[in-house]
Ligand binder design. Structure first.
Ligand code: SF4
Length: 390
């Protein structure tokens, strides 16, 4: 049987310090578990895969801070991928890294394990903004990390920046964007800061240490970045992502095309074989659960905390929300009708006309896309395209 090619997301839930804005599933007191955790990821792969070696074309180590894993642990995990899946010879294999956690020996060693793409969390080049975010690196460290990555052949690298940071101005944001452009990255991800419940930053907002974000400034910052990156030849291919031609993130394209991916590791989410699931979040519980014998069968392991079959309404809503994020590609109307047995105009009778009349979306060459006005209001658009289960 012809198996569709999968993407694998591997969650590494360890950090040295928790940044003030972070609500990711990560822990600063469990670093001793790292080697055991690497072996547990391979156990989870064995459970999920069973006897079938399915093709895989991307692997993404996210976190947390994957660059806190030893090269030996990364090597064992990737050997596990090669054992339990058919890893394509040209697979994109990405790891997220904190600039302050890598040196030349480390990057050389992880490059040898098969890592061929790296994503550095830069966030800002301004010391006061990095301090507020509680990032532990400075920009000089980023420059060194990028130079070392290049030295070991990791030319395909992404840099993350954050806008709408309290105290950030349009000018300081421009400085961050222009400065990272001098590093000539293959890819840039620009995220709008959201102040999440339970984070130190939310407490600072409540007690008045920081001011609430200004949505107008955030919109100006986004618009400025769009202009600067276009001038430098970057393709704005997804709402928050820009790439040099041909250097889009293949792994994230799987998400945005609503494709099948396996999420492995504590707190990871997955979507495969018509099922969505989440793995248990606490790493110690994750390790314990993987010692249980009977796995439920593909795509679930004994560490899965919740799963459900994707209904037709959910699949349609997900397709709208993911594909419309792709600004050039958008959503192919014929492919949509073939997949769901009904034209999009019929399913969204009225809603689509309204979105078109408000010029938030447009149709061209059989594809539905967000307009530049829609980029700014994408959450509003996605909300209106969400369907309830009948
Ligand atoms: S490095 Fe990333 S995952 Fe770790 S605490 Fe900071 S923001 Fe969260």
């Amino acid at each position: 049987m012809n198996q569709p090619s999968l993407s694998l997301y591997l969650h590494i839930p360890f950090c040295q310090h928790r940044c003030a804005y972070c609500d990711f599933n990560t822990y600063t007191s469990l670093l001793d578990l790292r080697e055991t955790y690497a072996d547990a990821l391979v156990t989870e792969m064995a459970q999920v895969a069973g006897d079938v070696r399915r093709p895989v074309h991307t692997v993404f180590f996210g976190g947390g801070t994957p660059s806190l894993m030893s090269p030996a642990a990364m090597g064992r995990i990737l050997d596990g991928v090669r054992t339990h899946f058919q890893l394509a010879a040209d697979a994109e294999i990405t790891m997220e890294a904190n600039p302050g956690t890598v040196d030349l020996d480390y990057l050389t060693a992880v490059r040898h394990t098969g890592i061929n793409r790296i994503s550095f969390g830069v966030q800002s080049v301004i010391p006061s903004e990095l301090a507020l975010l509680e990032r532990t690196h400075d920009f000089a460290t980023v420059v060194e990390a990028v130079a070392m990555a290049r030295q070991v052949g990791l030319d395909n690298f992404n840099l993350d920046l954050i806008y709408s940071v309290p105290g950030q101005t349009l000018a300081s944001w421009e400085q961050s964007v222009r400065t990272v452009l001098e590093l000539d990255p293959a890819h840039l991800s620009l995220y709008c800061l959201t102040i999440e419940p339970g984070t130190p930053m939310q407490r600072w907002l409540i007690n008045g240490r920081i001011q609430p974000p200004d949505p107008d400034l955030a919109a100006d910052q986004y618009e400025l970045a769009c202009t600067l990156l276009a001038e430098h030849g970057y393709d704005h291919y997804e709402i928050s992502n820009w790439a040099k031609p041909g250097q889009e993130c293949e792994h994230n394209l799987t998400y945005w095309r609503n494709g099948d991916y396996l999420g492995l590791g504590a707190g990871a989410h997955g979507h495969a074989a018509g099922v969505r699931y989440q793995v248990v979040k606490q790493p110690r519980v994750y390790l314990r659960r993987l010692q249980e014998a009977a796995a439920p069968g593909y795509p679930l392991s004994t560490a899965v905390a919740a799963s459900h079959p994707v209904s037709r309404a959910e699949a349609i809503s997900d397709t709208m929300m993911t594909q419309l994020r792709l600004l050039n590609e958008g959503l192919d109307l014929d492919a949509f009708a073939a997949q769901f047995g009904q034209p999009l105009r019929e399913i969204y009778n009225g809603t689509l006309e309204q979105m078109l009349a408000w010029e938030l979306v447009g149709v061209e060459n059989g594809r539905l896309r967000l307009t530049p006005k829609g980029w700014f209001l994408s959450n509003q658009v996605f909300y209106r395209f969400m369907l309830d289960d009948a």
